[in-house]
Design a protein around this ligand. Structure first.
Ligand SMILES: [Zn+2]
Ligand SMILES: [Zn+2]
Length: 370
């Protein structure tokens, strides 16, 4: 039986995405068909819309989603129909050089197939109504009513967590909270600075709290976002448009600098602040992105003194371990997700949702499917 469903399709950068009826592929043995119930609008999707992140087109965007398993392939493992799942965008082969080194985010198959916008096996899983193959962002493409994914991308979570909150775990929350919790950089009582208080930065603030940080200095230029950061565990809010960010880092640490600085703003100036604000021997974690062809310059002295600088893409995620853990943290009141959702919209409102994200008005807009 051929499944047809509605999805938003990006045909060319900087143009609105029409919602079209597309056709899903038959399930391969290890595939899982997921009925999408909620999908968040992430900055990475916006980068593709704006053309700073280049993928083959036409493409279905969307890589932060939760839904219900509808059907599983003959040899699919880990989930069964009816399971509630959060989707992972880091499938990995498990037996290449980097998988053996326990860095699945660098899996050779993941890195070679990802830029093509296809499924993990290099083939497509959806077609336009005229028969042309559709690409899918980050092995997903969740801005539609359904999504065909590989079994390892569908991660079961407790059914008690609502879909609109669960979806956030799939990208922004995993990225931010994982950076704070999974790298072992934060020791109990540490002073942690988080630069940029969007969804990822707010998750990093909460991850720092859960990791036992002493002081958490949140930095942004938006007072509403700083207010949220303070509610989520930040002990200090710094308005970078008028306050002295480096001065606060030094003042709160007897002049040494923060033990850990997490960057989640995605700007050259924010990257520069990180290495100035961290103490000698401290950890810098970069999460934000700029166009890959741009240069960033640093004062050489800010890189000295044994500083440990690390770029991290997905919070060192092990989705089958981390997604249920984060979901339970939400259900136990330890992880705030409700506050990250600025708007709930329909699939047909997706272009307005991205306009609002572009204007910096939202933490997360979440598409919900009824
Ligand atoms: Zn994302
Ligand atoms: Zn691999």
């Amino acid at each position: 039986m051929t499944l047809q469903y509605r999805a938003a399709v990006l045909h060319s950068p900087m143009t609105p995405m029409p919602v079209e009826t597309i056709t899903a592929a038959e399930l391969k043995p290890s595939d899982v068909l997921v009925r999408i119930r909620a999908a968040g609008l992430c900055h990475t999707d916006l980068e593709v819309i704006q053309g700073s992140l280049r993928y083959p087109l036409p493409i279905v965007l969307g890589h932060e989603a939760a839904g219900i398993v509808e059907q599983v392939g003959l040899s699919a493992r880990g989930v069964e129909p009816g399971d509630h799942v959060v989707l992972s965008w880091n499938p990995h082969c498990g037996h290449c050089f980097h998988c053996d080194l326990d860095t699945p985010i660098l899996c050779e198959q993941y890195l070679s197939e990802g830029p093509k916008g296809r499924s993990f096996d290099g083939e497509c899983r959806a077609w336009l109504s005229d028969g042309r193959p559709l690409q899918q962002l980050m092995f997903l493409g969740c801005f539609g009513e359904y999504c065909v994914v590989s079994d390892q991308q569908a991660v079961a979570v407790p059914k008690e967590i609502p879909f609109d909150r669960a979806c956030l775990i799939g990208c922004g929350v995993m990225t931010g909270a994982g950076a704070a919790l999974n790298l072992g950089a934060i020791a109990h009582g540490d002073t942690v600075m988080v630069i940029g208080c969007g969804a990822v930065g707010l998750a990093a603030v909460q991850g720092a709290r859960l990791a036992g940080a002493g002081a958490i200095i949140a930095v942004d230029i938006d007072s509403a976002k700083l207010g949220l950061a303070l509610r989520m565990g930040a002990t200090h809010g710094v308005d970078a448009s008028k306050d002295d960010t480096l001065g606060v880092a030094k003042r709160e640490t007897a002049g040494r600098g923060a033990d850990v600085v997490i960057e989640a703003a995605g700007s050259a100036s924010a990257f520069r602040v990180t290495t100035e604000a961290v103490r000698p021997g401290g950890h810098v974690i970069w999460l934000g992105k700029i166009d890959v062809n741009n240069d960033v310059s640093f004062r050489w002295g800010s890189l000295m003194q044994e500083k440990r600088i690390r770029r991290v893409s997905y919070g060192n995620a092990r989705p089958r371990r981390d997604f249920p853990l984060l979901a339970r943290a939400y259900l136990e009141g330890e992880l705030m997700l409700d506050e990250l959702i600025s708007r709930r919209i329909t699939l047909d409102e997706i272009n307005d949702g991205f306009d609002a994200l572009k204007r910096g008005e939202t933490i997360r807009s979440v598409i919900t499917f009824d």
